[in-house]
Design a binder for this molecule. Structure first.
Ligand code: HEM
Length: 456
């Protein structure tokens, strides 16, 4: 019978194109109704998903509501899905709350793969490339000098620097996108950043993500969700006001691209700077090595990005920070836009793919002593592989701001370590907690530090 031939043919075709059809993906037991919700509600999700990889392997599945997720935990497997098979996994899953925060899927980061999305990403990419060539270096230099001045003005008081790092990173992006920067003490842009921060952290909260998988909950009162709606409204009013000044740029995609760059480009770089100082307090000899290297190579001048090949220790420090604390630890979920396979396992269309970058960066098969802070591993002969680093994802969804972030990290870290020695706030207080708080962005818990100016 011809009907019976169709499944047979499909089976042999899928075998041919997708590799051998393997046993079902392993994964922790899934409870009736709840699925693996308890796994997904863990306080530090990247660490929990990484520990599951030790039990179930580098690729396993989790169920949540009516969704199947596949978690990828090694650099090789993540590369296979995101880079080699980019066109199979370039989608983004639809979610009720994602749709609300992205103006109906019109941000680059949350928009699904489509012709419209490709055009939007291409335009934003070209604009960022142009800025990078024309003015990025001088924009970052200006902010790095300003940041050093702010730290000098603290006069060695023990302070929490997280907000100053946010202002510096955010000013780079607002200068590029809106032509403006702001001062922490008095400015309207501060309102915008406050609002963007609240939007991101509310969206990451379990009270809100539960609405995606359990539609019935949407009819119940949910104060965090009401707050999220209010912040999204506030965000759009504030950004609308800034964009209106550019008469030609008023459509929704431009608006949402601005949201993308501001959100993507602020907390990420700022958190990484804050993590760097926290780790340096634990290993003060590393900052002295970087300082020695800077003085030896540059004498008294400030570094340029083109000096990076001559500053291997500084680059090793930045690579180690990107490895240990990839600030977007689970990237952004991908969606299989057609049937495909990963590591020989059949992956049906619409499966949600979670690239666990944190797990890949702690894979004991690739990294010796993966939980230790050792920048030296990235020096020649140190055994660390830059190729196995994947903090910006890859393929069609590669972080749009990778080049911006790399230049920022290099210049900000170099300026800070050239001008200051970072010291613990006091002998009595414990050093910063290095586990961190994981939401959409992996952040260090608040801590205070003394920025002691170096003699120049
Ligand atoms: C997406 C990491 C800085 C803009 C992403 C993704 C990661 C990431 C892992 C998700 C990739 C995926 O879905 O597979 C980082 C890190 C940064 C950083 C580690 C800093 C250290 C920036 C900056 C900008 C930016 C400075 C803007 C100037 C974006 C955008 C997306 C994105 C727009 C969405 C791309 C898409 O969906 O096509 N980033 N990022 N990021 N990032 Fe970054």
């Amino acid at each position: 019978q011809p009907e019976a031939a169709v499944p047979k043919l499909l089976h042999s075709l899928s075998k041919r194109f997708l590799g051998p059809i393997s046993s079902p993906l392993p994964g922790p037991p899934s409870l009736p109704f709840l699925g693996n919700m308890l796994d997904l509600a863990q306080e530090h999700l990247p660490i929990h998903l990484t520990s599951l990889a030790q039990r179930y392997g580098n690729i396993y599945r989790l169920n949540f509501g009516n969704t199947t997720m596949v978690v990828l935990n090694s650099s090789e497997i993540i590369r296979e899905a995101l880079i080699k098979k980019w066109s199979d996994f370039a989608g983004r899953p639809y979610s009720y709350t994602g749709d609300i925060v992205s103006g109906g899927g019109r941000t680059i980061s949350l928009g699904d793969f489509s012709e419209e999305w490709k055009a939007q990403r291409r335009v934003a990419h070209r604009a960022l490339q142009r800025c990078t060539m024309d003015s990025l270096h001088s924009v970052i230099e200006k902010q790095a000098h300003h940041l050093c001045q702010v730290l000098r003005d603290y006069n060695e008081k023990a302070v929490d620097l997280s907000e100053d790092f946010t202002v510096a990173a955010s000013n780079v992006i607002t200068t590029l996108t809106l032509g403006k920067s702001y001062d922490k003490r008095a400015d309207q842009l501060q309102k915008l950043h406050d609002c963007l921060n609240k939007t991101v952290s509310l969206w990451g909260s379990p009270w809100i993500s539960a609405l995606d998988s359990f539609p019935l909950l949407r009819i119940l009162p949910n104060p965090p969700f009401s707050r999220l709606l209010k912040e999204v409204g506030r965000r759009d009013k504030l950004i609308g006001k800034h964009i209106e000044e550019f008469k030609t740029l008023t459509d929704t995609h431009v608006h949402m691209t601005t949201v993308d760059l501001l959100i993507g480009g602020t907390e990420t770089t700022a958190s990484l700077l804050n993590w760097t100082v926290a780790f340096l307090l634990h290993r003060p000899e590393v900052q002295n090595e970087v300082y020695k290297e800077l003085c030896g190579v540059l004498d008294v001048r400030y570094p340029k990005y083109s000096d990076r090949d001559r500053l291997p220790y500084l680059c090793a420090l930045i690579n180690e920070m990107l490895r240990l604390r990839p600030v977007a630890p689970l990237a952004v979920p991908h969606r299989a836009i057609r049937n495909s396979s990963i590591a020989g396992h059949f992956i049906p269309k619409n499966t949600l793919i979670i690239p666990n970058l944190y797990g890949a960066h702690h894979d004991p098969e690739v990294w010796e002593d993966p939980y230790s802070f050792k920048p030296e591993r990235f020096l020649e002969g140190g055994g660390g592989s830059v190729r196995a680093l994947i903090p910006f994802g890859g393929g069609a969804r590669l972080c749009l701001g990778e080049a911006v972030a790399k230049m920022e990290m290099f210049l900000f870290t170099a300026y800070l370590l050239r001008d200051f020695q970072f010291l613990p706030a006091s002998k009595e207080e414990p050093l910063p907690d290095l586990r961190g708080v994981a939401s959409v962005v992996l952040k260090v818990k608040p801590y205070t530090v003394i920025a002691h100016p170096r003699e120049q």
